[in-house]
Design a protein around this ligand. Structure first.
Ligand SMILES: Cc1ncc(COP(=O)(O)O)c(C=O)c1O
Length: 425
């Protein structure tokens, strides 16, 4: 006991270090919180019963509740207890992947009919983008630069950077008109180096809700071909933009009809409400069935060390719906229903701001923008006041998810926006 007490301090420190080593991870810095999940956290902590969360990009029904599509419920019922839980092939469930490709490209698409589209099931839209980024990084011969619209979905930049691609941007959104910066977009595309990859949101651009018109898509197709750029489509909202599955796929279908070999990412999170099931598709248009076979062999080599093979349940649900004509027709109606509810909320909000409250400013973009999101044009300061004074939550850039509005809260929201704009809150 006595000899222990007499030990010099340095010996004690060495002992301490040996029993409590500095952690291997002690140099890992704290990362910033996710900007969208941060909004949800603040919303959850708020006790105001009138609080509204317009940050989250998930559909809500007229009562503000998550929505299970009846067609999905029917598919669940049919599958219940009927199927095993075996592994899927590396590129997924063939009955799902072929039906999903048909949904995107259209049954009369020439490369689809001749068997030239390489496909792999993906972990929703994000996984499709990640596979696409990795494939292009490994095999696209001309460029390692991908151009994103400015602004774009917040996850695009990290996805492509983590795929070892260099990320640059092109002009897309005009703050002064809260619409498309068509001239800026065209000029920037013209100035891209030949062969660069250009990411295009197929429909319902996130976060702006601003899409090119059909005529503009046609012009873009011509320009992108002329410049020898590679069109990489992200289609996370097929059906959500207009309620019309085929109409929302106009851009990728048109590009393919014009001979572009596009890459395409699909998600069934929004249009089937399968957010947590993580079901999507990545596809590449190739020149022949033989080339498709080579490309698919490399997609397998890419996927196998990433996650081996995709989850099965969501693909079975989506596949059941897409392959049964009656269930498919029912689902189409339900997608239309979701899109119509969103459109009706746009109209209600526009009418309240302009006719009821006479809120200063031009709000026509509320109804002209498309899809789940709307860029309101509200400033960061106004979004902060809305959160602190009215418990109305949205991302700092003024983006709102229209799906979070309903008959019970749209008036409260419009009145709050009016107060924030007039500075009376
Ligand atoms: C533009 C865009 N791409 C892709 C995704 C991917 O979504 P998920 O991985 O849930 O399918 C989203 C989701 O918000 C999106 O808005």
């Amino acid at each position: 006991m006595l000899s222990r007490q007499l030990k010099p301090a340095s010996t004690r420190l060495v002992r301490l270090a040996a029993t409590r080593p500095v952690s291997v991870w002690s140099t890992v810095p704290q990362g910033p919180p996710d900007p969208i999940l941060g909004v949800t956290e603040a919303f959850k902590a708020d006790t105001n019963p009138r609080k509204i969360n317009l940050g989250v990009g998930a559909y809500r029904d007229e009562n503000g509740k998550p929505y299970i599509l009846p067609s999905v419920q029917e598919a669940e019922n049919r599958l219940h207890g009927q199927v095993d839980k075996e592994y899927l092939p590396i590129t997924g469930l063939p009955s799902f992947t072929s039906a999903a490709a048909k949904l995107a490209y259209g049954a009369d698409c020439a490369p689809l009919k001749e068997g030239s589209i390489a496909v792999t099931q993906s972990i929703s839209g994000t996984g499709a983008l990640r596979i696409g980024g990795a494939f292009l990084s490994r095999f696209y011969p001309t460029s390692k630069v991908v151009y994103l619209p400015s602004p774009s979905w917040g996850n695009h930049t990290p996805i492509f950077r983590d795929s070892a691609l260099e990320v640059k941007t092109y002009r897309y959104f005009d703050k002064s008109t809260v619409g498309l910066d068509w001239a800026g977009m065209i000029q920037d595309i013209k100035e891209m180096p030949t062969g660069a990859i250009v990411l295009l949101h197929a429909c319902a651009h996130n976060p702006t809700g601003v899409d090119p018109t059909k005529e503009q898509w046609e012009e873009l197709s011509g320009l992108i071909k002329e410049k020898g750029l590679f069109p990489f489509f992200d289609m996370a909202y097929q059906g959500f933009a207009s309620g019309d599955i085929a109409g929302d796929a106009f851009a990728p279908r048109h590009f393919v009809s014009q001979g572009h070999q596009i890459a395409l990412c699909q998600s069934f999170a929004k249009n089937m409400g399968l957010y947590g099931e993580r079901v999507g598709l990545f596809s590449l248009v190739t020149a022949s069935p033989e080339e498709k076979a080579r490309v698919e062999s490399q997609l397998k080599i890419l996927v196998r060390p990433m996650y081996s093979n995709p989850p099965v349940h969501g693909a079975r649900l989506a596949g059941t719906i897409l392959n049964d004509p009656a269930l498919y027709a029912q689902w189409e109606g339900e997608v239309k229903g979701m899109a119509s509810r969103i459109i009706s909320m746009r109209e209600a909000l526009y009418t309240l701001l302009t006719n009821t409250y006479h809120t200063p400013g031009n709000w026509s973009h509320i109804t002209s923008q498309i899809g789940m999101f709307s860029f309101t044009g509200l400033t960061q300061a106004q979004t902060e006041v809305l959160a602190s004074k009215r418990s109305v939550y949205m991302t700092k850039d003024g983006r709102i998810s229209m799906a979070g509005l309903n008959g019970g809260n749209v008036e409260y929201f419009a009145k709050s926006v009016d107060g924030a704009v007039k500075g009376t809150l």
